[in-house]
Design a protein around this ligand. Structure first.
Ligand code: GDP
Ligand code: MN
Length: 389
């Protein structure tokens, strides 16, 4: 799960990580109120959405008057902002964060990740902050420091000092940088985070270390024991297809193609995605109905897939073990009795109660294209999709 910058900063501040003072707002009036609370005569005003690269997309502005703040808020709030991380449809700006402007002399990069290769928490830092870290890694890898944490003992003070020393900081702030790094690590460790990125971590003209930006993501499987993190969830930032499916306890992953897929089991789902592509189509999603799916569950799954406007054909591919083909078939027929479906529907059933299932489909008199094998099903759905276009 992702959270907003202002939420991550609040969390980090609780651990003692130095951040600029700021306040969140949901309207231009509230943003001006926040700027008055902060005082001063210039403020950094930042769009809050689950994406980085907001600066380049016009989502971060140094404002020098209430008018400027107001105009900026009106332009952003409630609208979608497209960044190079959001995809072409962008993401809704759900709130605005107003911060005191900092006088920056140096922008650094700092992050903590759960590195899959080493299976260890890893700290990454660079003197080249504020820019695309992937680009730094590619062009000047020597400017990146990595420190791997031993899970048995956790992060050691010498490691945070070692990291701080690589950042080319004046001697008198190395201690502060090292403490900030240690506090970030504790925040990461205590919250089941899988990413914490501060880009940039800065040195100010009065020699302070400050986290100017903050991104955190958390392991969704651990949220049951982190209610305080779960509260940060913002549904406006999620793919509505996935949110909807999660509410029905269905595992759904939205993709960009036109063939809706309803399958049982992740392995069969992967094979089906591959086969659809092989047959010349692109999957619109990956919906796993799991084991022992009732006919209601099957009908709900079809409804969910149909609610995606990009879907132009549907493939239901079930290899029933714990599942039962007759329940699946009944779910399909129930749905077709309830509503019109004007796109091709291809069904491949195999396994437990397959004859019963096929009979239910046949006897229903509904327009369903049946298939015997995975390959047969993939070719049939792609053909039907093409001829229906
Ligand atoms: P991002 O574009 O989504 O990563 O948003 P950031 O929060 O990282 O802001 C983008 C850039 O705006 C930073 O890299 C800084 O260069 C600049 N910026 C943000 N806050 C301040 C500030 O308080 N003072 C100054 N001078 N620049 C800032
Ligand atoms: Mn940033």
């Amino acid at each position: 799960m992702n959270i907003h910058e202002y939420q991550a900063k609040k969390l980090l501040a609780n651990y003692g990580v130095p951040i600029p003072r700021g306040g969140v707002a949901h309207s231009a009036t509230e943003a001006i109120y926040q700027s008055n609370e902060l005082g001063g005569n210039q403020w950094i005003v930042k769009a809050q959405l689950h994406s980085g690269a907001r600066g380049k997309a016009g989502g971060v502005k140094l404002c020098k008057s209430h008018n400027e703040i107001s105009e900026f808020c009106d332009q952003l709030l409630g609208n979608n902002l497209v960044t190079n991380q959001t995809g072409p449809q962008g993401k809704m700006v759900s709130s605005i964060y107003v911060e005191e402007a900092s006088d920056i002399t140096k922008e650094l990069y700092f992050s903590i990740i759960l590195d899959r290769a080493s299976q260890k928490v890893t700290l990454i830092a660079s003197t080249e902050g504020g820019m695309d870290i992937e680009k730094v890694a590619e062009e000047t890898p020597e400017k990146i420091t990595k420190i791997v944490i031993d899970p048995a003992v956790g992060m050691q003070p010498f490691q945070s000092r070692q990291l701080a020393f690589t950042l080319d900081l004046p001697n008198e702030v190395v201690g502060a940088a090292s403490r900030a790094v240690m506090k970030c690590y504790r925040a990461f460790r205590d919250t089941d985070a899988n990413l914490l990125e501060i880009n940039p971590l800065v040195l100010t003209s009065d020699n302070r270390i400050l986290a100017i930006d903050a991104k955190m993501t958390f392991d969704s499987n651990a949220l049951y024991r982190r209610p305080e993190i779960f509260e940060f969830r913002d549904k406006t930032q999620e793919d509505p297809r996935e949110t909807n499916a999660a509410e029905h306890d269905l595992s759904y992953i939205g993709l960009d193609g036109n063939i809706g897929c309803i399958i049982n089991g992740a392995g069969l789902a992967m094979a089906t995605m591959d086969m659809i592509q092989h047959a010349g189509g692109e999957p619109a999603n990956f919906l796993d109905i799991g084991g022992g799916a009732s006919s209601e569950r099957v009908a709900t799954s079809i409804e969910l897939v149909l609610s995606d406007k990009n879907v132009e054909a549907i493939l239901i591919n079930i290899f029933a073990g714990i599942n039962r083909c007759d329940w699946v078939a009944q779910g399909i027929v129930d749905l077709l009795n309830k509503r019109e479906v004007d796109i091709p529907l291809v069904v491949r059933l195999s396994g437990t109660n397959v004859e019963k299932g096929q009979k239910i489909l046949r006897d229903s008199g509904k327009k369903v294209i049946t298939a015997d094998t995975l390959a047969d099903a993939a070719y049939k759905v792609v053909d039907a999709w093409k001829s229906n276009k």
